[in-house]
Design a protein around this ligand. Structure first.
Ligand code: GDP
Length: 333
């Protein structure tokens, strides 16, 4: 049996979050993560109430393959920011946790110094959810952190091909960490992850890795010129860094601030967030509609047969979609 604190009133959650009380923030996040309908309603009310206090943070996404050094990097960056007077929240998403059965990000000690610092808030996303479910909870958790006056929210995701787009869609600035000399530069370009990047960091640029990192950096800078720009006003940057020595960390923060100033000066930050909110609304509608569709009794009883036929190639995807929609539509359309 898992221990669960009793549910509080919406006012109590609101007060706790706005006061920046870490324990209350953690409880509010648990509420947002809950699958119970009653909790969902309470979470909705809470989010609605704190909404005016949200939106003021630097929302930063960080991705890279396992082992690239994300947790070490975030630990160093986070500590630097705390020392500069920022309040830092780290939300870690691990889409592989479902597959492996155990979350590799679940362990808070991955960020040794930050995890012990009372000024920071670290929260791994719950395992066992679909990427859509994880994204919804992370997004709402980010809003709660902002209401709790965290002015830097770092959203970490494991770069295994899913989840990056969802994170890129909820942040202002997206950072991709790569390893020197591992061929990651090119893999990343193929997967389209680089196209989401506002800045690329060749990590582990220290000791023996330094020479390779400098070569990789030159290659990346050249490659960036050929990539389509995500935003007309921003040319993505590449830099070398080390989470261990701290090389490149200040330079990166300067780039993030420059990006922020530029987007604000052009009204792009407001436009970006407005577009993200709208994209988000449609993602939620699609998710809910798909649920309703799948749960329709006639659809759910026919679906396995039709899916098999599509996979076997005995019916086309479009004929199958038409058939299922017709079954669904008998009642709704
Ligand atoms: P993550 O899986 O991306 O979160 O990577 P970790 O931060 O856990 O690091 C993976 C391994 O790389 C660990 O053994 C770290 O000690 C090492 N590592 C992390 N950052 C650096 C760095 O900047 N330089 C070097 N040389 N090693 C690093």
């Amino acid at each position: 049996m898992t221990f669960r604190s009793p549910r509080l009133s919406v006012e109590a959650y609101e007060r706790g979050v706005i006061d920046g009380d870490r324990g209350m923030l953690a409880r509010a996040v648990t509420l947002v993560e809950s699958r119970s309908e009653e909790d969902r309603q309470l979470a909705h009310n809470l989010l609605q109430r704190v909404l005016p206090m949200t939106g003021r943070s630097h929302r930063i996404g960080i991705t890279g393959v396992p082992g690239v050094g994300k947790s070490t990097f975030i630990d160093t960056l986070g500590m630097r920011l705390l020392e500069a007077g920022h309040r830092v929240a780290v939300l870690a998403i691990d889409p592989t946790s479902q597959l492996s059965g155990g979350s590799i990000l679940g362990d808070k000690t991955r960020m040794h110094r930050l995890a012990l610092d009372p000024r920071a808030f670290i929260r791994p996303s719950p395992s066992g959810l679909s990427p859509g479910g994880v994204a919804r909870r992370t997004r709402e958790t980010m809003l709660l952190c902002e209401a709790a006056k965290y002015d830097v929210v770092l959203v970490e995701t494991v770069g295994v091909g899913q989840g990056e787009t969802a994170v890129a869609d909820m942040v202002d600035f997206f950072l991709v960490l790569v390893l020197p000399g591992a061929g990651d530069e090119l893999q990343g370009i193929k997967k389209g992850v680089f196209e989401l990047a506002d800045t690329l960091v060749v990590n582990k640029a220290d000791g023996e890795g330094e020479r390779l990192a400098n070569i990789a950096l030159t290659d990346l800078k050249a490659a960036l010129r050929y990539l389509p720009r995500k935003r007309a006003i921003w040319q993505p940057r590449a830099l070398a860094a080390s989470g261990i020595t701290g090389r490149g960390i200040d330079e990166l923060w300067a780039v993030i601030e420059e990006h922020r100033r530029l987007l604000e000066a052009n009204g792009e930050l407001t436009a970006l967030r407005a577009a993200q909110q709208s994209t988000w609304m449609w993602a939620l509608i699609r998710e809910r509609l798909e649920d309703v569709f799948r749960q329709h009794p006639d659809v759910s009883s026919t679906l396995p047969r039709i899916e098999r036929a599509v996979e076997a190639g005995t019916t086309t995807s479009s004929a199958a979609a038409d058939e299922l929609l017709a079954i669904f539509g008998r009642k709704y359309l």
